[in-house]
Ligand binder design. Sequence first.
Ligand code: UD1
Ligand code: UDP
Length: 362
Amino acid sequence: TKIISIVGTRPQFIKAALVSKKLREKGVKEILVHTGQHYDFNMSDVFFKELGLPEPDYYLGIGSGNHGEQTGKMLIEIEKVLLKEKPDIVIVYGDTNSTLAGALAAAKLHIPVAHVEAGLRSYNKKMPEEINRVLTDHISTWLFTPTKTAVENLHKEGISKGVYQVGDVMFDIALESINRVDEEKVLSKYGLKPKEFILATIHRAENTDFRENLINIWEALNEIASYGYRIIFPTHPRTKKALNEAGININFKNENLLLIEPVSYFEMLALEKNAKLIITDSGGVQKEGYFWETPCVIPRNETEWIELVKIEFNKLAGNKAEAIVKYSLEVLNGEKQYNIIEHLYGKGDASDKIIEVLTQGW
Ligand code: UD1
Ligand code: UDP
């Protein structure tokens, strides 16, 4: 029996790491396919090294491009691999173009698809990820959901067969990794003190491709920094490019607004855990904040991780500077304690449960 796992972007390397390790420990033949959607050292290799992911068996080298072009090239190359390897199952993760291409190529060849992180919805079809998620869910055989909300979302679309609420594989890997992180070393590397800084990440298409939104967020960060709060901002390559194109000088010297290259996963965990506040439009980061009891202000109008907004842990701020600043200052100056009251993302055993379901009867 053979499983092909398809990954291609930063969050997918992280999501796949434990599942892949455990599959192999169980003696399952796993073939790892890397589409090459992310290819910079600090967007790809660093995660393979840090998380001990095996070298990909196939590196497709697709790279960047428009959605149709990128997804189309992936389809062509993934199909070739599937025809050659004839796997019994294909596993895809999350909601990127690599996810959709993997699922679609497999489903058309009648190879059953397992979708890890199924059922998430923002209900905003302008997001490329929303299209990827909905389509992938509708052609998957196994739908592994991280939350109860995700199960309900699937039910609303008439999907109930094959749905397993297993918890979140990102919680598994975060718990497994945090003890291996030298937090003090990371903080001293960037000259930061615990709970005295803000961590920011931005990369959503709606915030990078629309100049107005990008500039609003940029102004909000500058205003917050001008009040004396330190912000560390590991900058996604897409955002760096967009800032440059918007004519913003990112090589300026401002010790309160520190733009750095994307960091490794372990460094990121240390930064999230020790930040007083996170400002992010990342799906993964807003939820990892909760793992470490660090609240997030989200410069978006909707989120897939709605349960954290409902319990008033995270705040949706939209893409206007004023609201981003206002909600950030509320956290920074307020008395509210942000503690975990409920484990919303499982018990850290989502990857075990996934493997149990997939290998039943083998
Ligand atoms: C992709 C996913 C998004 C996910 C994110 C994780 C899609 C549609 N989007 O967005 O859901 O949240 O990954 O980070 O699949 N670039 C580089 N080097 C790299 C990778 C990208 O310079 O290694 C630059 C290129 O200019 C590229 C741009 O970033 O055009 C965007 O990359 P792309 O993979 O298309 O989308 P992301 O914004 O990374
Ligand atoms: N991450 C990282 N280094 C960074 C930024 C993010 O290791 O500089 C990790 C982060 O901890 C999380 C994942 O990458 O596990 C989230 O990926 P990203 O924000 O790129 O995508 P999204 O979750 O929005 O799809």
